[in-house]
Design a protein around this ligand. Structure first.
Ligand code: ZN
Length: 151
């Protein structure tokens, strides 16, 4: 699954939970579920670089955006995103060790023991985009409720 999808899904789950530790744990728990869902893994490095850059922008917004910080005082969205994004750090080993074997990854959803079905690029992209939009809609709904309560 795209790293950006993990970041947004973890942030949404964290925001909805509202507390940092449960947010991080829920974000972490969401990672294998998303990785085992049918999706497309690109063959080239370009897709991964674009995805990583987009995910970093999303993480930066969660960490530094004042509006987000005002509506998420405990930074639960950021912790949910961190919990969801962390497992993919092990994939960076391949950048420094080209001979690293995929079977040596720690997490079974990365090393092939819990595989996912490959789908077409378009279907995978649309599915992940829909998932991100649903997550953002859930956050927007929660933000609106909190604002109504404060008014
Ligand atoms: Zn992963």
């Amino acid at each position: 699954m795209h790293w950006t999808t993990h970041v947004v899904a973890g942030a949404a789950a964290g925001y909805l939970v509202g507390s940092p530790v449960p947010a991080a744990l829920l974000g972490f728990a969401s990672h294998p579920l998303l990785d085992m869902a049918p999706h497309y893994d690109p063959d080239s490095e370009v897709g991964y670089v674009l995805d990583a850059a987009t995910g970093c922008v999303a993480m930066s917004l969660l960490a530094a955006n004042g509006a987000i910080r005002r509506t998420d005082r405990h930074r639960a969205a950021l912790w949910g995103a961190v919990g969801s994004a962390l497992p993919d750090l092990e994939l960076l080993v391949k950048l420094v060790d080209r001979d690293f074997e995929t079977e040596s990854y720690i997490f079974p959803w990365h090393n092939g023991k819990l595989p996912h079905r490959q789908t077409h690029f378009a279907g995978s992209t649309l599915l992940q985009l829909a998932l991100v939009l649903v997550m953002l809609r859930l956050i927007a709904g929660r933000v609106k409720k909190r604002r109504l309560r404060q008014a």
